[in-house]
Design a protein around this ligand. Structure first.
Ligand SMILES: [Zn+2]
Length: 233
């Protein structure tokens, strides 16, 4: 069987979304890519999480042709593939309908950067796509969702802004791996809830100062990052 360890990693990321309470029923999916082989591993469509096994994961190429697997891939596969094709630095994608992040997506509102928790992971407001038009919905809907995300992120580093809210739908998140993407989905939900609560308390709460935003993002992610422990220590 191809990509055994990547299959296990993708299964684990999908289970992590459930464990974190970000996915109920089958409202979510995670995938990962082997850049070396040009192959994507994704959750199968509509299989119960408690019965899912690494062998159930579906392997496709970057055009969506099934390379290995007997089950149908998640119906959001074309969205994941559009992100892998456009963002060469990413290694994993996670999609959930987690409650607070989805509320912002349904409102079509970017999540403003109101505090350092947000800035530790997202360098600025988390953008929302424009609504898809009737033609984009009628044909290749999932692919067009991916294109809308890519257009919304134009000019930004996908690892500095690892999530986009799809209008009227829900967030898509990514990272250097499937585990990284699932982690971002978890943090996004917390940040979405914090922003909502902040604006309930104070509807004109000021965005984080640029200096503080940059300080928090760079200390975790910049070339001179110093947050946490050094690798190997
Ligand atoms: Zn969805």
């Amino acid at each position: 069987m191809k990509l055994q360890s990547l299959r296990e990693e993708v299964l684990e990321a999908n289970l992590e979304l459930v464990r974190r309470g970000l996915v109920i029923d089958t409202f979510g999916n995670a995938s990962a890519i082997s850049r070396k082989e040009g192959l994507v591993v994704i959750k199968p469509s509509g299989v119960a999480y408690d019965r899912m096994r690494p062998a159930d994961m579906v392997v496709t190429d970057l055009e969506g042709h099934i390379v290995e697997g007997t089950l149908r891939p998640s119906s959001d596969l074309p969205t994941h593939l559009a992100l892998y094709r456009a963002f060469e630095v990413i290694g994993g994608v996670a999609h959930t309908h987690s409650r607070s992040a989805t509320a912002w997506a349904q409102a079509g509102r970017p999540i403003p950067c109101l505090g350092t928790t947000h800035a530790d992971y997202f360098h600025g407001p988390i953008p929302a796509t424009p609504s898809l038009g009737p033609a984009e919905i009628a044909t290749d809907y999932e692919l067009n969702t991916g294109h809308a995300i890519v257009r919304t992120l134009a000019g930004k580093d996908p690892l500095a802004m690892p999530a986009v809210l799809v209008a009227s739908h829900a967030p898509f998140c990514w990272g250097s791996s499937a585990a990284g993407a699932a982690h971002i989905a978890w943090i996004l939900e917390e940040v979405a809830q914090m922003a909502y609560a902040t604006l309930v308390i104070h509807s004109n709460a000021a965005p984080l100062a640029d200096e503080l935003r940059d300080k928090h993002f760079q200390r975790k992610h910049g070339p001179a990052a110093y947050y946490g422990q050094k690798a190997g220590s």
